[in-house]
Ligand binder design. Sequence first.
Ligand SMILES: *[C@@H]1O[C@H](CO)[C@@H](O)[C@H](O)[C@H]1NC(C)=O
Ligand SMILES: *[C@@H]1O[C@H](CO)[C@@H](O)[C@H](O)[C@H]1NC(C)=O
Length: 216
Amino acid sequence: MTMGSLWKILVLVAVASFFSVSGVSSNSEGDALHAFRRSLLDPDNVLQSWDPTLVNPCTWFHVTCDQNNRVIRVDLGNSNLSGHLVPELGMLEHLQYLELYKNNITGNILEELGNLKNLISLDLYNNKLTGEIPRSLGNLKSLVFLRINNNMLTGQIPRGLTSLPNLKVVDISSNNLCGTIPTSGVFQRFPLKNFENNPRLKGPELQGLVSYDTGC
Ligand SMILES: *[C@@H]1O[C@H](CO)[C@@H](O)[C@H](O)[C@H]1NC(C)=O
Ligand SMILES: *[C@@H]1O[C@H](CO)[C@@H](O)[C@H](O)[C@H]1NC(C)=O
């Protein structure tokens, strides 16, 4: 080995360690979104620009980043997508808007979405989601909009949602939920029509009345 090639190797090692220390070379948010892409069928090619070899996902269509190149929006409503959510979505810790309404998404609302502590809007309405609403959504302290209507969700409405301080709009109509409609906390102000068309869901809880038959 010549002295010249040894220098080249040393420079390469120095550059590589600089990038790994500064975090520039790690593209965990792009990897998380690409894991989601791999779980989807995309007949209209709306995800064509999602190239995992780019340094970050900020130039991808339907993805928005803040000035620090952290993903804050995923806008894929009405995009003819099939497939399911992936746990990696829970790694997008700066995400504020997850817009996946009017698609053909199946499977569960994953509990990992409860890690998105900056989430403002979770719009999953008009899909084919099944299973229960995860209790972890009660950790989404920034949440303002929760629209999961027109799916096939079952189980009870997690009571933790009633203490989300910023929640302003909740629509869970047209599912197959059971139990009773909460009336405490922020749920006092949501209109009943946003719970309708859940054949097994019973009317609002009466104060002080313990219901033994939740119908679940
Ligand atoms: C949605 O995708 C299906 C194929 O899965 C295709 O037949 C249909 O035309 C697409 N709809 C729209 C509105 O692009
Ligand atoms: C919706 O997804 C299901 C299952 O993944 C698939 O069989 C069906 O063709 C999809 N429908 C549309 C309109 O894409």
